[in-house]
Design a protein around this ligand. Sequence first.
Ligand SMILES: [Zn+2]
Length: 394
Amino acid sequence: MEIRKTSNASGPSTPARSETIKLLSDLIAEDTTNPPGNESRAAGVVKRFFETEGIAYRIFEKEKGRANIIGYIGKGHPRLLLACHMDVVPAGEGWDSNPFKARVDGDKIYGRGAVDNKGPLAGILMAAKTLKKVESSLHGQVIVACVADEEAGSKAGMRYLLDECGLSAEYAIVPDIEHELRKIDVAEKGLLFLKVTSFGKQAHGSAPDEGINAVWHMVEFLKLLKGYDKRMKFKKHALLSPPTLNLGIVRGGEAANIVPAKCEATIDIRYLPSQSSLAIIGDVKRMLAAVAKKNKKARFTLEVIDDQKPVAVDGGNALIGMIKKRVVEVTGKKAEIIGISGTTLIKPLAAAGVTAVGFSPGKGLAHMSNEYISLAELVHFSETIVLVCMDLLA
Ligand SMILES: [Zn+2]
């Protein structure tokens, strides 16, 4: 087949910008606000696209209305997974136009999900369309995963696909970090959400000695916890900032004149690859034991709400080198490697043994009103992805 070029990069072009606009507009028009998600609506758009382009696909649905749809191009190994999420956060206030009706203004396309993550999703679909045309020359498989439930923990999305549906790959690109194609996310801090509950005994507020005040015991624990992130032992990481601790929720008591029988605190700890969640949990348990030793009536439980290991891909990995090389060819600008404190689909993928990195178009507008993406950048993104896939599956 003849391969038409639109950029200074070698390799096939991605189809026209008008097609990208149509596809992204259709995706934005399907309200997939999570909760509840309703990703099946956007999956319908993807399904029609795959069918039109002759791309084989499968649908995986953990809960009704929460479809994940996966397209497959080529076969065998290695497998490169491209993963975007179809759910969006609530539109919120402050929009200049309907967040679920795409608005094109020059190079910008506005709408909820334009950046996070339907724009990049349209980008990987357009890349898939180009790759389908050169499928017979691919040695390996490109897997295009359009997933549900990313904004609320991925239990009906990526985690379900990896844990229960047999999804696997050697490599993955997760286009969900923004940074306008200038950064490649190769490291992420670990995430540990803990819930501590203090139990006491209810009594009349005028007779506090007859009860056990669960809140005071929690206060004792929180005093010990404060500054724990500064006391942690860890090895510095070149791309990641030091570990952090956030006390996110403290909830206890019913009324001023009741001795509270229960108090809960939820803690968010972000830690480095040189640390382990087990050791951190051990430290927290020791703090709770210290409070209980001093206050004989104190009683606590500790619950691990979420525990996702840190990620650190070696900077010399072949996939990173390919992205760096191709992004310069396509955009004329360099991309550098970074680490982030937040969380993307990279963590569950890495936990499943996939070498996963983040790379995407868009600038800092995720979860904001008047979210938009640059169409030129989106087309560049598609072109870069096509070339990287062809490099890896050469
Ligand atoms: Zn996202």
